[in-house]
Ligand binder design. Structure first.
Ligand SMILES: *Cc1c(COP(=O)(O)O)cnc(C)c1O
Length: 426
């Protein structure tokens, strides 16, 4: 039994059956899964959700699958952390981190969307699954398809980080590198989906894939004790996660699971690829595509498929767009590691750097609660930290040499203590 109603065009409202489909035949608007929330009332409750598995599948009633989950049985339900040490440095009262750098099994938010898309691909009877990816998606598709025993084809730009390439290749998918950027990869994948009848998770299974991202928002609300943060800062690449976190919040409000506090959603992008943030700041509904140039490769999408809806949701929620330069991203990665013990990749550094700027500009007032979405793990992109730290001292295994070193370090510490650097670094 499922509560799924239809695939509904976001523009004209025309309804389609549940099938692999991306856009409406009439106006080419994207189609989205819609549900019978009326029927859920009294059945989908805090208690029914709390009785579910400790994975994203606790929100199965709000996901577009028909039978039992067939992938990602341990994905989701990542930590929501109250970040008091970071909050103190930034001068805010109530700061939370939703930490998908700990997602299972591939350490990014993409485990959520792929869990749903892979289950759907199996339900539809596809024998091959693929994706157009900036790295993390390919990593997740490769791992989840290996676990499900399905053939995978992943298509990526040819400039990805070494850790990401090894991370996806080890699972045995067919990996194809494209001489071009993500937008070139995506265009090719649309043609592949049509021609080869494969399940390209973020192309012909996109409406199902994107629904998985709602669970990031569902978990924030449940883990905050069934309430919503006043502000949520969400990174934007193709524009999936931001509108879906918001949809997840709105679903919980509609079902009466949380109070409506008019949650404000802010968009974070790297300065080297910020089409959506630029449009928000200039008060435009439409963005101008850009050619990405940033270390935040996993969110470097110059022509985001759902950018239009990001702009709409951020604006209608009363939020803002913010972007961060590469050095600010690096500083934020270090700050998060140093204060909270979380090592995120540049996408997470971007989101935190933007949150800091939103706090500094008063767009996130210091006495209001805020959640920062950390969507990926720094161990996959260690090369961006090259040259950031002095080499650690290397000494012989002798206590005398160690004593000498400690004495030197102690002397350095006293000389430096007067010229201590500022807290946030951004
Ligand atoms: C994919 C990705 C995002 C956001 O992508 P959307 O397409 O906007 O949903 C954010 N962070 C990381 C680490 C990602 O891999």
């Amino acid at each position: 039994m499922s509560y799924v109603q239809a695939l509904t065009c976001k523009e004209c409202g025309k309804e389609y059956p549940i099938e692999p489909r991306t856009v409406c035949d009439v106006d080419f608007g994207p189609v989205e899964v819609t549900y019978d929330y009326q029927k859920m009332k009294g059945k989908v409750t805090r208690a029914s959700i709390e009785a579910g598995p400790r994975s994203l599948w606790r929100y199965k009633d709000l996901l577009p699958i028909e039978g039992e989950p067939k992938a990602g049985l341990h994905s989701g339900w990542t930590p929501l952390r109250r970040a008091d040490r970071l909050a103190a440095e930034l001068g805010v009262k109530e700061l939370y981190l939703k930490d998908d750098s700990a997602n299972y099994p591939t350490f990014s938010y993409k485990d959520r969307v792929v869990s749903v898309a892979m289950t759907k691909a199996i339900e539809f009877g596809f024998d091959t699954v693929g994706c157009a990816s900036t790295g993390n998606l390919a990593h997740a598709v490769a791992a989840h398809s290996a676990a499900a025993g399905i053939r995978a084809f992943v298509v990526v730009p040819d400039n990805l980080e070494g850790g990401k390439m090894v991370g996806m290749t080890v699972f045995g998918p067919r990996v194809v590198r494209i001489k071009g950027n993500y937008d070139d990869v995506n265009r090719l994948c649309s043609q592949i989906a049509d021609k080869y009848n494969w399940a390209i998770v973020n192309v012909n299974l996109r409406p199902f894939y994107t629904e998985g991202a709602k669970t990031h928002g569902h978990e924030i609300a449940e883990q905050m004790g069934w309430k919503l943060p006043q502000h949520t800062v969400v990174p934007v690449a193709g524009g999936t996660i931001l509108p879906k976190v918001y949809k997840g919040y709105k679903e919980f409000i509609q079902l009466g699971l949380v109070d409506d506090n008019n949650p404000v959603i802010h968009a974070a992008q790297a300065a080297g690829c910020n089409p959506v943030v630029t449009a928000i700041r200039e008060g435009r509904d439409l963005f101008h595509p850009q050619k990405p140039d940033t270390i935040a490769k996993s969110i470097a999408i110059g022509n985001p498929a759902d950018g239009y809806y990001v702009i709409k949701d951020v604006t209608s929620s009363g939020g803002s767009g913010e972007s961060a330069s590469d050095p600010q991203i690096i500083d934020a990665i270090k700050l998060l590691a140093r204060t909270e013990g979380i090592f995120t990749e540049p996408a997470g550094g971007t989101t935190l750097a933007c949150a800091i700027k939103l706090i500094q500009s008063g767009k996130i007032p210091s006495n209001e609660s805020a959640c920062v979405c950390i969507t990926g793990n720094g161990l996959k992109t260690v090369e961006v930290m090259d040259g950031q730290f002095a080499a650690a001292p290397s000494i012989g295994a002798k206590i005398g040499e160690f004593d000498e070193l400690i004495q030197q370090l102690e002397e350095q510490r006293t000389t430096n203590s007067n010229s201590k650097t500022t807290a946030s670094g951004v």
